[in-house]
Design a binder for this molecule. Structure first.
Ligand SMILES: *Cc1c(COP(=O)(O)O)cnc(C)c1O
Length: 351
């Protein structure tokens, strides 16, 4: 006799970075922004219209798509929003990756991609990064059911320029290409510049890193109207109200303040440059970082040992016990003071 247990969809879940909450800890393990959300968000949060909580939110997420459309100079119909870019990406996988052919993504990349592919029964092939952790574009020329990669890539912080992205698009005119731009605001050029030219390009971004709102869970995709309509149809097929009222209004406020946004980005890029210089001086090796984190290895000190020593000192970074990257630490760029504490600790440790 078969039971319900024989009919469970078995999946290997994604393991998010730990979310410890210790007094005085320095949290550099999940690429959050060290600065508060825009002042308009803080102000609006203090005046939330709680009487409206009894009503359903706008299923079209209009205030938010309008703010984003104005910010990026695209039509509102070219924007899809979701509960973090994880939600947007998962929906895009289900909406567009339905061919028998495998989708392609790098072997070292955002570790949610294989988890979704498995969960949604999407065949996939990973393509090995080269020895310098760069994507080999030729690997993506073959027949496939779609392509997805982050730019800058995670957890490597390596960025490829727009010509590189366009080359992959040129070789993949018949399938959907998703560029996951979770970290594009920290210095790279967005593939949004290519959406008019390539109707099969979906650019996905998030409020979690550059906009200091990981806790609100807001992500979005921008692309051709036909792609966005397909995503919305899919969304309406199982939950019309993915975005709650609070996220919608606070998200819209965040987008309106371009000046504060640029200010925070500048600060983080500045702190990143200082931290990179100090880590180099300590003997760490890494590619030029283009995200709000540095992915570094030390030739003398095993990453696992450093990770554990840092943890004891209440400094949390991310360590992946995975092939090819098990000697690297992924260190989020925090405030100047946080990075100074990190560097001091390492200097002491390596004395
Ligand atoms: C952080 C991250 C995401 C998802 O972030 P959300 O918080 O779900 O918006 C997606 N892709 C990459 C590469 C990331 O690092």
């Amino acid at each position: 006799m078969k039971t319900w247990r024989d009919y469970v969809r078995r999946v290997v879940p994604y393991t998010p970075g730990e979310q410890p909450n210790r007094p005085g800890m320095i949290k550099l393990n999940t690429n959050e922004n060290p600065y508060p959300p825009a002042p308009g968000v803080v102000k609006m949060a203090a005046h939330l219209e709680t009487d409206k909580f009894r009503l359903y939110p706008d299923p079209t997420a209009g205030v938010l798509t309008k703010a984003l459309a104005e910010f990026y100079h695209v039509a509102q119909e070219q924007i899809f929003v979701g509960v973090g870019s994880d939600d947007v990406l998962a929906m895009a996988f289900q909406t567009f990756f339905n061919s028998e052919k495998p989708i392609f993504f790098p072997d070292i990349t955002y570790s949610f991609y294989p988890v979704w592919a498995d969960a949604f029964k999407i065949p996939y092939e990973t393509k090995a990064l080269d020895e310098n952790f760069r994507i080999r574009k030729e690997d993506y020329y073959g027949e496939n059911g779609g392509v997805v990669f982050p730019n800058p890539n995670a957890p490597t912080s390596v960025y490829e320029d727009l010509d590189f992205v366009e080359d992959i698009l040129k070789h993949n005119r018949d399938v959907l290409v998703i560029v996951d731009e979770a970290y594009i605001d920290f210095g790279g050029r967005s593939a949004l510049a290519l959406i008019e030219k390539y109707d099969n390009l979906l650019v996905v971004q998030t409020f979690s890193k550059s906009r200091s709102m990981a806790g609100m869970r807001i992500g979005y995709a921008i692309g051709n109207e036909e792609l966005i309509k397909a995503l919305n149809d899919f969304k309406y097929s199982f939950n019309s109200y993915t975005m709650d009222q609070t996220s919608l209004v606070l998200g819209a406020e965040a987008v309106k303040d371009r000046e504060y946004f640029n200010e925070c980005l500048e600060k983080i890029m500045c702190t990143r440059a200082w931290t990179a210089k100090e880590l180099k001086a300590l003997g760490f090796e890494f590619n030029e970082p283009w995200a709000n984190f540095i992915f570094a290895a030390h030739p003398k000190y095993p990453a696992k040992e450093l990770f554990e020593a840092l943890r004891k000192a209440n400094i949390y970074v991310r360590y992946f016990s995975l092939p090819r990257i098990d000697n690297y630490l992924r260190i989020t760029v925090g405030t100047d003071a946080e990075m100074e504490t990190l560097i001091h600790f390492l200097k002491d440790y390596m004395k």
